[in-house]
Design a protein around this ligand. Structure first.
Ligand code: BGC
Length: 729
């Protein structure tokens, strides 16, 4: 039963309108989550008993953020055994970066520049969550973002369209695998469609003021990549796009997603975002909100109950056709069918999950996404036998290890820095002092910290953001280090010992003074379950840092949004900044650390970029290569990056665009040639009417270690001479 379309048509024919609308209504689980945080506003929370009545009456399609054998089994039993048609519930959840085992936050994962690592992590997270009865995750987020003030950059893959697209697609593959009915898999949701990351001024939920071509060239492709990878669901965004809130945006949900991209899964609102079209000023009543959202192409309401309240009336009045409701319901039922829920509504429950390999993978991932930004005099890795002072508000705490949206993983189960270094060094070589709180001084803290620093050979300074400083609704207008922490860094520096800063953060920070005070600067993000162990691995040289920045680090918040793929101006920035050029009079226009930047323990020198031909035929492939030499005699994993610039085009193109990247292992002293292929289709962009085009002419191309490095080679794309354009459109 349940395998064929016929079965679903039959089921549909037996459903009342109320039952149909029930399949379009998703509600929060009303249970307390493991993480102490509240992830959503309390809106329509009901007493659990009345939710049972709703399930029994077929008014609920599924619940989210509740899990576990007893919970899932008890609710599913009501749905399957006591509701009239026995349609199983779907259990969704925000499995964003791990389930019980917390993995690095997505921004950190992006810093690995290894989408295949993200795929393995997603697969593991899916298996752990599915064993507790979950079927569906609200991930991956595919929101491109360029403004570090926005708190949800922590959930993103950063500023680059190619990086975000590859990671979003990899995570869909990891969560879903090849067969959704496999009880170790979760159905994925691409969110938040669309342009949520373009929130003006970095203010969460704010309008996305964005040109059509920037939307097409930069913001849409990551969602598209995830859809093409087979994601089963799409979640709408809270923001408006060009004056129409995403949840009621017919052009986005139907014109683009369904008609042009061919998406066949279902579209779910974000938490109450459908209802919020009233507050947006689009709909003049909740009923009108329901009508607009439904007609735009929104299939399912999350938490608002909007369709439950208004869709039957809209059908009765003829404003909504019942056939359209049927199509939405079928999309939801097909997802439940693909998950195998009609055959086995209790899928996953009782399946054993071994957490040990998950912890090992968490440690591997956490090692591979740390980014070394500075390493004066080769202070890292630490020499054996050094006495270490671990100082700072993050040295000995258990509340800020996992980062935002690790709502099923207790921070207390994660290894903190002190534990990680104690295990590696033993108690005699380690002294630990907090020095200050995250935002406030501690009485006597600076003196104690300075004394600890003097007693040691090297200081590890654990500074940065608390878990509550990035994430949803956590935008910041100042992305510097809290003053109390900067005072600590200054006091510790006075001790005269080398200072290695371990920077915990969910976003790029503006930290020029801290960078100055630090001999070494290692970005450690929020790394999850194995934080302390993985940071110790890198600091002590058991693993080398191989992460690179997925977002530019500004010098000052006033530069935001700052990103490498900016459009050229007619008066480009100069170094040093000159009058009548694009400059600030009080800060250099460049980032403190550019996109793609990061060091290893070896050192790589890049030879000139070589192109296989100076003139490229329309349907030919260009090979772009570069010789790399490791010159420090230490093995390194280098993230080699391929950039282009379209020198002149009918719509001006960014000063650089990343077109490929690869992490390459190079032995100490070795020489390797790295080659990339470039096709005509890689050169496409949105033309005047929004259609993708490629224009012949000159292109610059770089193989480089980051977005500001290298000397370009040039090639000319020849006219097509009657040949068919490559796969664009
Ligand atoms: C967030 C979503 C999340 C949903 C359910 C919303 O506030 O924007 O990303 O999936 O809540 O928890």
């Amino acid at each position: 039963m349940g395998k064929d379309r016929h079965f679903l048509d039959q089921l549909l024919s037996r459903m009342t309108l109320e039952e149909k609308v029930g399949q379009l209504s998703l509600y929060s689980a009303d249970v307390k989550l493991a993480g102490a945080e509240t992830v959503n506003p309390a809106l329509t929370f009901k007493a659990p008993e009345s939710r049972f009545d709703d399930i029994r009456a077929g008014r609920v399609t599924g619940v989210f953020n509740g899990y576990g054998e007893d919970y899932v089994r008890s609710l599913q039993k009501i749905a399957v055994e006591q509701s009239r048609l026995g349609i199983p519930l779907i259990f969704g959840a925000d499995v964003i970066h791990g389930f019980r085992t917390a993995f690095p936050v997505p921004l950190a994962e992006a810093a690995s520049f290894e989408p295949e690592l993200a795929e393995r992590v997603a697969e593991t997270a899916a298996a752990e969550a599915a064993a507790e009865g979950l079927h569906w995750t609200f991930a991956p987020g595919a929101d491109l973002c360029r403004d570090a003030r926005w708190g949800r950059v922590v959930e993103s893959y950063g500023e680059d369209v190619l990086v975000a697209s590859r990671f979003a697609a990899a995570r869909v593959r990891g969560f879903q695998g090849g067969d959704l009915s496999d009880p170790r898999r979760l159905m994925a949701t691409v969110k938040h469609f669309a342009a949520y990351g373009a929130a003006e001024a970095g203010l969460d939920y704010n309008t996305a003021e964005i040109s059509r071509t920037t939307l097409i060239d930069h913001y849409l492709p990551p969602y598209r990549a995830a859809v093409d990878a087979g994601a089963g669901a799409v979640m709408t965004a809270f923001n408006d796009v060009d004056g129409v809130p995403a949840s009621a945006n017919r052009e986005l949900l139907t014109g683009l997603l369904r008609d042009r991209w061919g998406f066949e899964g279902f579209v779910v609102s974000d938490y109450n975002s459908d209802f919020e079209t009233v507050a947006h000023g689009l709909a003049d009543s909740p009923r009108e909100a329901a009508r607009l959202c439904f007609l735009a192409g929104l299939d399912m309401c999350m938490q608002s109950g909007l369709y439950a309240d208004h869709l039957p009336g809209l059908v009765a009045s003829g404003e909504v056709e019942e056939g359209a409701v049927d199509r939405a319901v079928l999309r939801v039922l097909r997802a439940k069918q693909a998950l195998g829920l009609f055959e086995n509504p209790y899928r996953g429950l009782g399946r054993a999950f071994d957490p040990a390999p998950a912890r090992a993978l968490a440690r591997e991932a956490a090692r591979r996404c740390q980014v070394l930004l500075k390493n004066a005099d080769g202070v890292l890795p630490l020499k054996a036998g050094m006495r270490v002072a671990l100082i700072g508000p993050f040295a000995r705490e258990h509340q800020h290890l996992n980062g935002a949206w690790a709502i099923f993983a207790a921070n207390g189960l994660s290894v903190n820095l002190e534990e990680g270094f104690l295990a590696a060094l033993g108690p005699d070589a380690l002294v630990v002092e907090p020095g200050c709180g995250i935002a406030e001084p501690i009485a006597g803290g600076l003196d104690d910290a300075a004394a600890a620093a003097r007693s040691a050979d090297v200081v590890l300074l654990a500074l940065g953001e608390g878990q509550h400083m990035s994430g949803e609704s956590r935008s910041r207008s100042d992305i510097g280090l809290p003053p109390a922490q900067l005072d600590l860094a200054r006091a510790v520096k006075q001790a005269g010992k080398p200072v290695v800063t371990l920077l915990r953060t969910g976003r790029p920070l503006a930290i020029p003074e801290l960078a100055e005070l630090s001999d070494a600067l290692l970005v450690t993000w929020f790394l999850g379950a194995e934080t302390g162990a993985a940071v110790a691995d890198v600091v002590l040289g058991r693993a080398a840092p191989s992460g690179r920045l997925p977002m530019s680090f500004p010098r000052r918040v006033g530069q935001a949004p700052i990103y490498y793929a900016r459009k050229p101006t007619g008066r480009p920035p100069q170094h040093p900044p000159g009058p009548f050029t694009a400059r600030y009079i009080d800060v250099e226009p460049t980032p403190l650390y550019p996109f793609g930047y990061g060091l290893g323990y070896g050192r790589v020198e890049y030879g000139p970029t070589q192109v296989s031909v100076a003139e490229l035929g329309w349907s030919e492939t260009l090979s772009v290569s570069c010789e790399l030499v490791e010159t420090a005699g230490a093995a390194i994993e280098e993230v080699v990056q391929l950039y282009i610039r379209d020198v002149a085009a009918s719509r001006i193109r960014p000063v650089r665009e990343l077109k490929d990247f690869r992490k390459v292992a190079i032995a100490g002293g070795a020489r390797v040639v790295v080659a990339f292929e470039l096709q005509t289709a890689d050169l496409r962009f949105a033309g005047e009417d929004g259609a993708l085009i490629v224009e012949p002419g000159a292109f610059d191309v770089w193989v480089a270690p980051h977005a500001q490095a290298g000397v370009p080679a040039r090639f000319v794309l020849l006219d097509r001479h009657g040949a068919e354009p490559p796969g664009v459109g």
